[in-house]
Design a protein around this ligand. Structure first.
Ligand code: FES
Ligand SMILES: [Fe+2]
Length: 424
């Protein structure tokens, strides 16, 4: 069971909280590049409980800063994005993307102290269609993490954002909980509903996998395993990567390039960011079911199927066809996790052997957050962005008798050998 104090640590992400400080040691994907237009409208966004404003200046650089003007706290959302800076409309002070005050327009030149004033700005970088933000000390920012999916060129990538109205942890835990797949998503599908050679059919035949779990340099990982045919084993591997990334086994291991990132907007809202190849299992159904963005702090990428309309559940379809009666895999997850409560009360849970990855991941997160709070120990891989490149999820079938974790290491070595050869 997760104690009340550990639950608090796990779920609170505001400034000064142990998990909030941990999250501020990593880059977080915050916006699509396409949301920011040169000299265009500033965008409101909330990240880790902070209300921010983002804009792209005349030179294409990205600013992400506290929305409050450091003069008298007027919101820079109303600012004029002009000539390489944002100008507050209250008294005309102007700031560049690094927060430097360029102009103190309402103060006579001899009383000007603009070199002493800074807007609170965060470091931002773009990679392949996504804007990443580092909310720690800018000078200490490492390079962006080398998660394989984030290296897919923008025109080959399938990038989707979708907001979830609950805490980040319960959202992310859906991705490291493989046994729900053949209930929530495929509960109505028997073996006959799969193509004869579809390896994932073994999940429908054996809905009660066993698990191996271990800590890694970048987080945690599991192997879920079930019998396949001819005495083989059907393996599914997934990673949790610090601070909020899941490599869920939705694709075959040898072609796996996906990342599912659960960015805390605040304690009760999460932005799901998924990046994968265009030929992957499309996330476009999510995009098809989004409301138009508004300019509210939480107005971006909201799902049309939501609590207020019971996620458009069709009870007749539930009786006769689909297990849930809710259309869309993402929306099925959305319905289940949001309705655990805005922040799941862990005291209600009865964790089972099927939840051992969840247990291990919570422990790893709590340990890291406590160590950082205690003596500043950098959390896992926060200073080693290259380490993330080694993690891979996915499924495969292997002959019986191969042991964990060697079976993973061997398949990984084989795939990386292939990848390297292809690149040469
Ligand atoms: S509050 Fe922004 S310039 Fe005065
Ligand atoms: Fe799911």
């Amino acid at each position: 069971m997760t104690s009340k104090s550990d639950s608090e640590i796990l779920t609170r992400v505001g400034p000064g909280t142990p998990m909030g400080e941990l999250m501020r040691r990593y880059w977080l994907p915050a916006l699509k590049s396409s949301e920011l237009v040169t000299d265009g409208d500033p965008v409101r966004l909330r990240l880790l409980g902070e209300n921010l404003v983002s804009f792209r200046d005349s030179s294409g650089r990205i600013g992400v800063m506290d929305h409050r003007c450091p003069h008298r706290c007027a919101s820079l959302f109303f600012g004029r994005n002009e000539e390489d800076g944002i100008r507050c409309v209250y008294h005309g002070w102007k700031f560049d993307v690094d927060g430097n005050c360029l102009d103190m327009a309402n103060v006579p030149p001899h009383q000007d102290f603009k070199h002493k004033v800074k807007a609170k700005a965060y470091k931002a970088e773009e990679r392949n269609g996504v804007v990443w933000v580092y909310m720690g000390v800018a000078e200490d920012a490492p390079a962006l993490p080398d998660i394989a999916a984030t290296l897919i060129p923008e025109d080959e990538a399938n990038i989707a954002f979708a907001q979830r109205e609950c805490n980040w942890l319960q959202s992310m835990e859906g991705d490291i909980d493989t046994s729900h797949l053949n209930f929530l998503h495929y509960g109505s599908m028997g073996q006959g509903a799969f193509e004869p050679n579809d390896e994932t059919r073994f999940g429908a035949i054996h809905k009660d996998p066993e698990y191996h779990v271990r800590d890694t340099d970048t987080g945690t990982m599991y192997a879920a395993y079930r019998p396949a045919d001819q005495g083989n084993i059907y393996w599914r591997f997934a990673h949790f990567l610090f601070p909020c990334v899941a490599l869920a086994p939705f694709k075959p291991f040898d072609s796996y390039r996906m990342a599912r990132i659960w960015v805390p907007l605040d304690d009760t809202h999460t932005m799901f960011v998924t990046i994968g190849p265009k030929d992957g299992p499309g996330e476009s159904p999510i995009v098809d079911h989004l409301l138009p963005n508004s300019t509210d702090w939480l107005g971006r990428f909201r799902c049309a199927q939501q609590f207020s309309n019971d996620y458009e559940i069709d009870r007749e379809v539930q009786r006769t066809g689909s297990y849930t009666g809710i259309e869309g895999i993402h929306q099925q997850d959305q319905a289940v996790t949001e309705n655990m409560g805005a922040i799941t009360d862990h005291a209600w849970e009865h964790l089972a052997p099927s939840d051992q990855m969840i247990t291990a991941t919570r422990k790893r997160l709590v340990r890291a957050a406590k160590a950082l709070a205690k003596d500043g120990t950098p959390p896992p891989a926060s200073r080693d962005p290259g380490a993330f490149a080694l993690a891979r999820g996915g499924f495969f079938i292997a002959e019986k008798g191969r042991k964990w974790p060697e079976v993973y290491e061997q398949e990984l070595a084989a795939v990386q050998g292939t990848t390297k050869a292809a690149a040469e």
